[in-house]
Ligand binder design. Structure first.
Ligand SMILES: [Zn+2]
Ligand SMILES: [Zn+2]
Ligand SMILES: [Zn+2]
Length: 254
């Protein structure tokens, strides 16, 4: 799933027409390039390109295979699809993106069109954005260091608005996300558990930062200058509320 947050000057209708035109052009260019590099199975690869250009979101190889279900089974072969996608990437029609803890995806690469990504660590949703102030600022910083920047990618990991709105206000520490800052609102459990946590300095009102919340191991949190490892039983007993301080209504401009 993907949402685009492009700024003004890109009306949706106008954009849709533009996209169709862009794709027709890319298709023509690609068939010429394939012929120029003496590629095999040109017709098959063009069929893949058509399906790929037909969706406006990040696509995994299995997702792409799913789009080819009504085609010859030879076109659904993951190896053939991977080879073809690599060709698209090499020729500048697609871009490969591997976000943390996610399957590799491919997206369209339109010349001169740059965007960055928000990745929800809870549901995996990828949201695209472009902010010209941010882009300029990056170039300015690079120039200040005498660095000639050629390309960059910005990936911001966090919790999307949908996931955040579905969450309880107060929740056990086990359900928080890596990087999240939380405040302890309650310590639950029997006296021994409360005592154990209190002996570690954990009590109501304290702020914690979730350093790692890997279900396979203990949860690592930072309490002021100290890092603590909490097993799932302990983390389950600590009820917290989200306490990151960032603007509640941040505006994205193009
Ligand atoms: Zn950027
Ligand atoms: Zn989400
Ligand atoms: Zn993207």
């Amino acid at each position: 799933m993907i949402k685009r947050f492009f700024g003004s000057g890109r009306g949706d209708k106008k954009k849709a027409a533009q996209v169709t035109q862009d794709h027709a052009r890319e298709r023509e260019q690609f068939s010429k390039l394939l012929a120029a590099i003496h590629a095999t199975r040109i017709q098959d690869r063009m069929a893949v390109l058509d399906r790929f250009l037909g969706v406006e979101h990040h696509l995994t190889l299995s997702g792409l295979a799913g789009l080819m279900l009504d085609c010859d089974p030879a076109l659904q072969d993951i190896r053939f699809l991977r080879d073809t996608m690599e060709m698209f990437c090499q020729c500048g029609f697609a871009r490969k993106r591997t976000f943390e803890a996610q399957e590799t995806t491919y997206e369209h690469q339109h010349l001169g069109d740059h965007h960055d990504h928000f990745i929800c660590t809870s549901c995996g949703k990828i949201q695209e954005f472009h902010n010209s102030r941010l882009e300029h600022l990056q170039m300015e910083i690079a120039a200040g260091l005498g660095f000639h920047a050629l390309q960059h990618k910005m990936e911001i990991y966090g919790i999307c608005a949908d996931c955040l709105s579905r969450r309880e206000t107060n929740l056990p520490l086990t359900l928080t996300a890596m990087g999240e800052k939380v405040r302890i609102v309650e310590i639950r459990g029997e006296g021994s558990m409360v005592g154990r946590l209190a002996s570690m300095g954990l009590r109501k009102g304290l702020m914690l930062e979730v350093i790692n919340n890997n279900p396979a191991g203990p949860i690592i949190v930072a309490m002021q200058e100290v890092r603590l490892a909490l097993d799932s039983e302990m983390a389950e007993a600590i009820i917290v509320t989200h306490a990151c301080s960032h603007p509640s209504n941040s505006e994205t401009e193009g």
